[in-house]
Design a protein around this ligand. Structure first.
Ligand code: ADP
Ligand code: MG
Ligand code: MG
Length: 203
């Protein structure tokens, strides 16, 4: 895997398409264990992300990722805006000055992103959040030659594993045992981002 500025732009475009296609579903997932706005929050944010990155001409990936992060922070709101914003901002720091992302650099970016998510969310694996997708993906890339299809599969398993967990963080935690038999909306949107990555690097 070796990602150029164009590849990363494409990743963000495909992410936007997937978020828009699944906007209603993501908000539906957020209904029984939240306030029903996750898809609409992210839909608004990613629409702005693609507008922003199309206007700019990037020489390196850090600047591109930083624009993605800042747009998500300012447009998404709720829990997910600052969380995704932090993840992309931490990755942007690692990718600063790099016109392409090698596999090693990708892993470094993902490590920083996950560290940012953990710190920002004060959460870890097993608490029914998007972290249940990001941590297994990180484990996978740290321990294998990255195969994008496998990465997508790991993200999917992580997303599905939240169905069966009791929420310990965020709004869903207020639902206690009733939160258990549902997929976490943030885990689903994170799965879409990794599915989008898989599709972008295979084109
Ligand atoms: P809000 O709950 O403010 O309406 P969203 O609906 O956009 O925000 O996002 C909810 C998602 O955010 C959850 O499904 C979960 O994955 C994630 N989330 C919420 N709180 C935390 C946290 N403390 N740590 C990690 N992820 C969290
Ligand atoms: Mg919500
Ligand atoms: Mg909300």
């Amino acid at each position: 895997m070796n990602l150029s500025v164009e590849d990363v732009k494409r990743w963000m475009h495909v992410s936007n398409q997937k978020i828009q296609e699944n906007k209603e579903y993501l908000s539906e997932l957020d209904q029984p264990i939240g306030d029903g706005d996750h898809g609409h929050n992210l839909g608004r944010g990613f629409e702005e992300v693609v507008k922003k990155i199309e206007r700019e001409d990037y020489q390196e990936i850090g600047a591109l990722m930083k624009d993605v992060a800042m747009t998500l922070i300012s447009k998404v709101g709720g829990a997910a805006g600052p969380l995704y914003g932090t993840a992309f901002l931490k990755a942007a720091d690692e990718w600063k000055g790099s016109p392409t992302i090698t596999e090693e650099l990708f892993i470094q970016g993902l490590e920083a992103a996950v560290e940012g998510l953990r710190t920002r969310g004060k959460a870890d694996r097993g608490e029914k959040t998007l972290i249940d997708v990001w941590v297994p993906v990180l484990d996978y890339v740290q321990n294998h030659d990255i195969q994008p299809f496998e990465l997508k599969g790991i993200a999917k398993e992580g997303m599905q594993s939240t169905n069966g967990m009791q929420a310990k963080k965020g709004r869903a935690a207020y639902f206690r045992e009733a939160s258990t038999s549902h997929i976490d909306p943030g885990a689903y949107s994170s799965y879409l981002l990794f599915e989008a990555l898989y599709e972008s690097v295979n084109i």
